[in-house]
Design a protein around this ligand. Structure first.
Ligand SMILES: [Zn+2]
Ligand SMILES: [Zn+2]
Length: 436
């Protein structure tokens, strides 16, 4: 493995409160040194002048679809999409076919990652067997096989008693529950945010309370019974209020928001004339909700930005709005969209972005990543904050194209991704020969 010397980049590492121009030396797959005017004989030099050099990004919420729906995504394609998005580690949700609810399921994913993956993948085990909400899985067994968290994402745990047991169980192992909060009785047949636009369009609505009720319930359960709770894809301002208040009184809850909820609203359903790439759970909400999410990012209520990358084929999405599946992809658009709409508009700093896309996910998952400290495995994302380009789904490494950001003019792009000291992605290409 070559040594790599990254020269003159703007190093942004919130774990060490660093945001200044430095060189970074990678040797034997780990961060060796960081400083000014570093030299190393024989090292491959990388000129990062004008670029942001950050610890590799960590996406806590993706769907890789393998096993079962390899027509939508595979571990091969999904890890390449991750690398192209600057993500060096990702969590994959268990709602595959079969559901990842056993040791065998976790082992299968890890063996496929070993064979064909180009980034680190951390499997998330199901909370309940078959994600049916009835019987809790063998957490200890799944953890020893490699699961880092538990979730019934896509199939919310409706039974509060089951959620109580799951939280108590996570406390024994100190792993988080990744909680998709949705009261299915309230969301029912709804397909977009219940509000003014929805009433104009006449589609069945999903009230914000479908989310906030479970956020409130699970914070209560957490306070009573302990455990670790991370709330997925927060979208409603009421949820932010609940989480902010809980954090103020010292409750150990964390949460994430997605790039699409941070930048889009339900108005897009109307503006795009029912483009099914606006159909997602939780639904795109109102501008008031979006503003509260941004406040939540700024004041630390929102710990993490995660994509909820949810691939669907054109065939499945090319249906009338009511029949199309929920979900959209996000790993390859996250950095361009977040730089354009949040960083360049000065709503958050680059350091806050890196904290929420690398350091905080690593802390919540308790994995030794998310930092450029000497001695840590060299996962690095190099971002060109000024590069102007237009989102074109035909260039994606993902097998799916279901993005609401097609044609969006962006300022900011991932230039290069380094995983374990190897350059796996650079300037639009996966460097296959360097992956193994
Ligand atoms: Zn979900
Ligand atoms: Zn999801």
């Amino acid at each position: 493995m070559n040594d790599i010397l990254i020269k003159n980049g703007r190093v942004v590492d919130p774990s060490q409160q660093i945001d200044e121009v430095r060189d970074v030396l990678i040797s034997d797959g780990v961060i060796k040194d960081m400083g000014k005017n570093l030299k190393k004989k024989g090292a491959e030099e990388f000129d990062a002048a004008g670029m942001v050099v950050a610890p590799g990004l960590i996406d806590m919420h993706t769907h890789l679809r393998e096993p079962g729906r390899e027509d939508e995504e595979t571990i091969y394609s999904g890890t390449r999409a991750a690398a192209a998005g600057g993500f060096t580690s990702i969590c994959c949700m268990p709602n595959t076919r079969p559901v990842c609810d056993s040791r065998t399921g976790v082992k299968y994913i890890l063996s496929r990652v070993h064979e064909v993956g180009v980034v680190n993948v951390y499997p998330v085990g199901a909370i309940t067997v078959g994600q049916e909400g009835q019987q809790i899985t063998e957490f200890g067994d799944l953890i020893s096989a490699g699961a880092v968290a538990f979730s019934d994402d896509g199939h919310p745990v409706m039974n509060a008693e089951i959620m109580r047991r799951a939280l108590e169980y996570t406390a024994m192992f100190d792993v988080p529950i990744l909680d998709h909060c949705e009261d299915l009785n309230l969301s029912n047949i709804g397909m977009m945010h219940e509000g003014f636009i929805q009433s104009l369009l006449g589609l069945a609505g999903i009230p914000a309370a479908a989310e906030t009720i479970q956020v409130g319930r699970d914070i209560e359960l957490l306070e009573f019974f302990g455990g670790r709770l991370h709330i997925c894809h927060v979208s409603a301002r009421g949820s932010i209020h609940l989480i902010r208040r809980a954090k103020k009184r010292g409750v150990n809850v964390t949460c994430e928001a997605t790039p699409h909820h941070l930048t889009l609203t339900d108005a897009l359903v109307k503006e795009t004339n029912f483009d099914t790439n606006t159909k997602v759970k939780p639904p795109l909400t109102s501008e008031e909700d979006r503003q509260e999410l941004i406040k939540g990012l700024q004041d630390g209520t929102i710990d993490v930005i995660a994509t909820d990358h949810a691939p669907h084929t054109d065939k499945d999405k090319d249906l009338v709005y009511i029949d199309a599946p929920f979900g959209l992809i996000g790993m390859e658009t996250a950095i361009p969209i977040l730089f354009t709409n949040l960083v360049h508009k000065k709503l958050i700093t680059v350091s806050q972005l890196v904290e929420k896309m690398s350091l905080n996910p690593a802390r919540i998952l308790k994995i030794e990543r998310g930092t450029l400290k000497a001695g840590v495995v060299a996962d690095v994302a190099i971002i060109d904050p000024e590069r102007r380009h237009t989102i074109n789904a035909n260039n994606f490494f993902s097998r799916s194209r279901n993005t609401p950001f097609e044609g969006e003019k962006c300022r900011g792009a991932v230039d290069t991704t380094i995983v374990g000291g190897r350059i796996v992605y650079s300037k639009g290409k996966i460097l296959e020969e360097k992956c193994k």
